[in-house]
Design a protein around this ligand. Structure first.
Ligand code: GDP
Ligand code: CA
Length: 337
C-alpha cells in the first residue's frame, strides 16, 4: 500500500458528490497520521458548473452551492439542496406577479448567496474568486474550484409537442419536466470556448489520488470532462483515478440519472457506467471502480475491460457509512488509510 495521499482531487456534481465528500473528510480526519482533521491531506473539489443558470436576474450555481452548504453545515438535510430552515417567500411573490420561471426552487436564504455572487460577477470578479469568497463563510474544509470561470451550460435536446425539436436548459428539463420528456442528446452551450478555471488542471496533474465520486456520470462528471483540457489531464495524471458507482442494480440510488444514461445509450448499471468511462489503459478515465456488493457479479466483466474493481456497501446512509465508503475507495486506489 502506498503512503497516505497528501493531495486528493474530486470531480463533483451536487448531492452525490457532496455526500461522498462528507465521508471522505470524516475518514481523513480519523485516519490522518497526525490525527489532525484535514491537516495532512488537501482535498480539492472541481465542481460542475454545467447546471448553472440565470434566474430572475441572479446567477445560480446549484452544484457548487450544494457542496459548499453540505460541507459547511447549511444544507437542507431533507431536500439535499438549498438551505436548512428555508422559506420561499420571494419565490411565491415572483409567482404572484406571474413571472416565469415559477418552477425553480429559489429559497430566501439561498437567494442571499446568489445576490452576492451576481453582484460580484457583475463587478468583474471571476466565478473562482466569488466561490472562494462565499467559502470564507462556509469553511467547507476543501478547496472548491468551479470547473470553469466561463459560462457553459448543459442543454437538453427534446421534441416539444408544439415547437418541434428544441434545446432547453438542463434545469428546465430536470426540474420542470422531471426528466420525463425524452432527451435526444445533451449539448453544453459555450463549452468550446470554456477554459478550465485556474488551478483545475494542476489539481488533477499534481494530485496523489483523483476520485470520481458517485455523481451523475452524464450531466455532472460528464459535464466537467467536456471542459477542454480536463479530460486530457485525467488521462495523463500520474495519480490513480478511482470512481464510485452512482448506480446500484439497475437504478440510480437517488434522482433520475437513468434518464441521462438512456439518452446517451449507456446501460443504467455499475458496469454500464464503468465501461462508459473506460479504462485509462485504453484511453478512458478509470484505473479502478467501486461497485455495490450486490453487483459483485459484474466484477469480472469490468476487470476484463482493464479496470480494477472491488465491491463495498455503496449507500451513503449516514456519515459513518459514507466514511467507510471513502476508506474503501482509497484502499481500492492503493492507499492504506
Ligand atoms: P446532483 O448534481 O445533485 O444531481 O448530484 P450528483 O451528480 O453529485 O449525484 C447524483 C448521483 O448520486 C445520482 O446518480 C445518484 O444515484 C447518486 N447517489 C445519491 N445517493 C447515493 C448513495 O447513497 N450511494 C451511491 N453510490 N450513489 C448515490
Ligand atoms: Ca447537478
Amino acid at each position: 500500500m502506498a503512503a497516505f495521499p497528501s493531495r486528493i482531487t474530486v470531480l463533483s456534481g451536487g448531492i452525490g458528490g457532496a455526500r461522498f465528500l462528507v465521508g471522505l473528510l470524516a475518514h481523513l480526519a480519523s485516519a490522518n497520521p497526525d490525527g489532525q482533521s484535514g491537516s495532512a491531506t488537501t482535498v480539492t473539489v472541481i465542481g460542475n458548473t454545467g447546471d448553472d443558470i440565470w434566474v430572475h436576474g441572479v446567477r445560480v450555481c446549484p452544484d457548487l452551492d450544494t457542496v459548499m452548504y453540505t460541507l459547511g453545515g447549511g444544507i437542507s438535510a431533507e431536500r439535499g439542496w438549498g438551505r436548512e430552515d428555508e422559506h420561499f417567500t420571494v419565490k411565491d411573490e415572483l409567482a404572484a406577479y406571474g413571472v416565469e420561471p415559477t418552477w425553480f426552487g429559489l429559497g430566501d436564504r439561498d437567494l442571499a448567496t446568489h445576490l452576492i455572487r451576481t453582484q460580484s460577477l457583475q463587478s468583474g470578479f471571476t466565478l473562482s474568486e466569488v466561490t472562494a469568497a462565499l467559502c470564507d463563510r462556509w469553511q467547507p474544509g476543501v478547496q472548491l474550484l468551479p470547473m470553469s470561470d466561463d459560462r457553459a451550460e448543459t442543454h437538453v435536446v427534446v421534441q416539444d409537442p408544439e415547437q418541434g425539436r428544441v434545446a432547453i436548459h438542463f434545469q428546465e428539463w430536470w426540474i420542470r419536466h422531471r426528466a420525463q420528456l425524452p432527451a435526444e442528446s445533451f449539448v453544453m452551450i459555450g463549452i468550446d470556448d470554456a477554459r478550465p478555471a485556474p488551478g483545475v488542471v494542476e489539481a488533477i496533474l499534481e494530485a496523489d489520488l483523483v476520485i470520481l465520486p458517485p455523481s451523475n456520470p452524464v450531466v455532472s462528471v460528464g459535464a466537467i470532462l467536456q471542459v477542454p483540457g480536463i479530460a486530457d489531464a485525467l488521462r495523463t495524471t500520474a495519480a490513480p483515478v478511482v470512481g464510485v458507482s452512482p448506480i446500484i442494480g439497475t437504478a440510480p440510488v437517488r434522482g433520475m440519472a437513468d434518464a441521462c444514461l438512456d439518452a446517451i445509450g449507456v446501460e443504467t448499471s455499475a458496469m454500464g457506467v464503468a465501461l462508459h468511462y473506460g479504462a485509462r489503459s485504453a484511453g478512458g478515465y478509470l484505473d479502478a471502480w467501486l461497485i455495490a456488493d450486490s453487483d459483485a457479479a459484474s466484477a469480472p466483466a469490468i476487470s476484463a475491460a482493464g479496470i480494477r474493481v472491488d465491491d463495498a456497501p455503496l449507500l451513503m446512509s449516514d456519515p459513518q457509512a459514507t466514511a467507510a465508503l471513502a476508506a474503501a475507495t482509497m484502499a481500492l486506489a492503493g492507499f492504506s488509510a
